[in-house]
Ligand binder design. Structure first.
Ligand code: FEO
Length: 398
């Protein structure tokens, strides 16, 4: 691998994973994912910042060895212990017998639990502590719950580099270029789109902690953001910070998302009629997902971005149809906010789904502005109710 120098003392040694199909066994990776690791060289010591998933250990070592006459790393800073970044820890400890892990109290407990790391291979640091590598100083900034309790960031003072852990990361392997400065705008758009998916699905529940972390790290002068996934951010820092700020405040971009399911097509026909009525009233950017066939990740992401969220379901065993319920669970877990909501239900002999959806949104603090119910199948008699439904949604979404 070519030497990927970021600053005088920082070198990228991360790896690409183009094999794993679902991150965390849940979220699709159409463009792969990178696990970023960085070397920081001081005159007295060398540190690795974050490691990589266990199966990618060989690539990490190859990248490290390609740097040539580099001293063996003295420290591995563990900003985050999720195994996509910590899986190589036991192999690194074997390979480099002098290597010490730099952990906070919580990450120390986690690496002991995951990998049985002995105490004498761990140096515990607290918020604000520094580590002098010889002319290069690492400062540790704890940023809990972004998105695990031990998450922290590491700041290289002399070169104003923030190693931010998962924060400001995105899906997408690195395709020959590793900083935003080298990438075309078309390449960057893929990463920004993947950032929406990454944030909404992985970090989405922890908005208030992201806000706290941004406030804390935001007080530092930053020239480079080196996260654990995706490009190194230099020129696009402001946009990246804006994306994380907006998403963690649940601020919508706009548009309407309709999530529904249908067993035999009757509810699908109702959805088309609703979409027609919304469009006639000037509502734009309407995205419709059949929860039984769409990717959960796409539905969650689009729900985060949308201003208006409409959910409908047939009644199934006196409840919400299971894939729609799964989507509602994802909204509840992520404490979704700042949406105009509306619900609709269909049924054959007993109505339950619509009322359940309504209650669920109310419990989330998002009471629906309109509800609609359909028995059996669409008929022209339903037109006035659909018109009223669309009128209310359009008015509330202005
Ligand atoms: Fe990239 Fe939370 O691990």
């Amino acid at each position: 691998m070519k030497v990927r120098k970021i600053t005088e003392s920082v070198i990228y040694v991360g790896v690409n994973d183009r094999t794993t199909t679902r991150f965390e066994a849940l979220w699709p990776l159409p463009y792969g994912v990178s696990y970023n690791s960085y070397v920081v060289r001081g005159s007295q010591a060398t540190a690795l910042i974050d490691s990589v998933e266990g199966g990618e250990f060989r690539s990490l070592i190859d990248n490290f060895c390609d740097l040539g006459k580099l001293r063996c790393p003295d420290f591995l800073v563990v900003n985050h212990t999720e195994p996509d970044h910590s899986g190589s820890i036991p192999l690194l400890l074997d390979r480099f017998p002098q290597l010490m892990l730099v952990c906070n109290k919580i990450s120390a407990e986690q690496v002991k639990g995951f990998y049985h790391v002995p105490d004498d291979r761990i140096r515990i640091v607290k918020d604000g502590d520094t580590l002098d590598l010889g002319g290069r100083t690492l400062r540790f900034v704890t940023t809990p719950m972004v998105h695990w309790p031990e998450t922290m960031m590491t700041y290289l003072e002399e070169e104003r580099v923030l190693f931010s852990g998962d924060a400001f990361g995105c899906f997408g392997a690195l395709n020959g270029r590793f900083t935003d400065r080298e990438m075309s705008s078309a390449e960057l758009e893929v990463y920004f789109s993947e950032m929406n998916r990454y944030y909404s699905c992985i970090v989405g529940k922890y908005g208030k902690f992201v806000q706290a972390a941004m406030k804390k790290a935001g007080s530092l002068p930053i020239d480079y953001i080196c996260s654990t996934h995706g490009p190194v951010w230099i020129d696009e820092k402001k946009r990246v910070l804006d994306v994380y700020d907006r998403l963690s405040r649940y601020e919508a971009e706009g548009g309407t998302v309709i999530v529904f399911a249908t067993m035999y097509g009757n509810t699908a026909e109702l959805v088309d009629r609703i979409a027609d009525a919304l469009a006639e009233r000037g509502m734009e950017n309407i995205r419709i997902f059949n929860a039984a066939t769409a990717e959960m990740c796409d539905m969650i992401t689009e729900a985060f971005l949308s201003k208006t969220l409409i959910v409908g379901s047939p009644t199934y065993s006196m409840d919400v149809f299971p894939p729609v319920q799964q989507f509602m669970n994802a909204m509840r877990v992520r404490e979704i906010k700042n949406k105009v909501t509306a619900t609709f239900g269909s049924f054959t002999w007993a109505s339950a789904a619509g009322a359940s959806l309504e209650k669920q949104f109310e419990a989330m603090g998002l009471p629906p502005v309109a509800q609609l119910s359909m028995k059996h199948a669409y008929s022209d008699g339903l037109e006035p109710a659909i018109a009223e439904f669309a009128e209310k949604v359009a008015a509330a979404s202005k």
